[in-house]
Design a protein around this ligand. Sequence first.
Ligand SMILES: [Zn+2]
Length: 461
Amino acid sequence: MKLFTLLSLLIITTQIQAKNPKYIFFFIGDGMGLGQRSIAEIYKNAQNSDKPGSTPLRMSLLPTQGFVYTHSADSYITDSAAAGTAMAIGKKTFKGGVGVDVHSRASSISLAKLATKNGYKTGIITSVSIDHATPAVFYATDKSRKHYYNIAQQLSSSNIDYFGGGCANGSSKRNKKDRIDPTQLAKESGYTILQSKDEFYNFHDKTKKVWAMDDNCQKGADLPYVIDQKAGQRNLLSYVKKGIELVDNEKGFFFMIEGGKIDWASHANDGATLAREVIDFDDSIEYAYQFYLKHKRDTLIIVTADHETGGLGLGTTKHQYTLYPKTLIKQKISIAAFNNKIAKWKKSQVSFFDKLNEIKTLFGFDSLTKKEYARIRKSWLLTMNPKFQKQKKKLIYSRYEPLSDECIKIVSERTGIGWTTNSHTAITVPISSIGATATKDFSGYMDNTDIYHKLAQYLTK
Ligand SMILES: [Zn+2]
């Protein structure tokens, strides 16, 4: 009898512990479908033994795997605002809606706010701007994701303990002069702003609310792509480490960590840049996994995506059953940074023959076929010569220069990967997890709103 009672107690205790993890890591790889995860693994393989399956990502090794339907209320193909809203408040909404229902009502509080309300500390980390759709749905509400200023303003009253990564897209520099900068508002509301490296690495005060923003924010208030980062620059992992240091406490925490530029690289159909972003994102998951190993009973890690971007396929008609991932490793620059380089070239009036070797080095083209050479030459003219501007506008290019697009296309073709779109797709996305409650709640197929409902029950103590 005594043994039976002890066993029953153990089972009940385990169930109680399984119901409420204290430490929750919610990772969202923006635009990260199976194609994005696969290309990162293949890239890692190619860097090492080149044996298929030899270097899995940490997220692939998590024991519980499932799939998520991503559609918004108004379309099979969602955007990050609607998909993020579904996961943050448990309600489907229209594309562009931030934390609001289909009637534009801010009728529910997000997982992060629910966590705060119930005594957890909270952190929101992203590699894109802090007022971008995915982080925004966890602390703000607005009928449009484009209202960056309004969203950034809500940061200061959010009571989130730690913001890390991006700067504010809705800063006053981009807005009317009479508006107060969101950074200033955050300061007035008690946030400590950390921007320089010294400020960031020397700060250890766990009692303060913090907004740690990057000192190399790009035009979109985002972190530079990993492929373009110089030694010593901060990446997503830097912000995750600091976040855990500052927010870790006895009562528990809720972190939302977004790999936002996985989506951007996929929009640009830039495979090499994408692979590096996913690997960087996975390094943060590995760090959370190490935390899990120290607090196994109390930690839950979930890794998923809001949608897939690009319609990435690994395999093309041209190369049939062969992939050439080493082609990706030879690329040394993102499409975005190359585009910036072109802008400088335009000002200095350089010639095609001055720059051909540099282009070849940056994209790893040891030699060019006649056709490839002709394509690069033509796209150079379209990019650099003002008399082709009309012709350029008629072509369906992304927001990048024809020369940038053409180089990226050649890399994809040589690798043997293909893209169906510069936008998002309707394909279901994977969800991977580990933790006491993971097996029960996050395996099999689920809707993106289910993720909210499952997490909300743990956060409501
Ligand atoms: Zn996107």
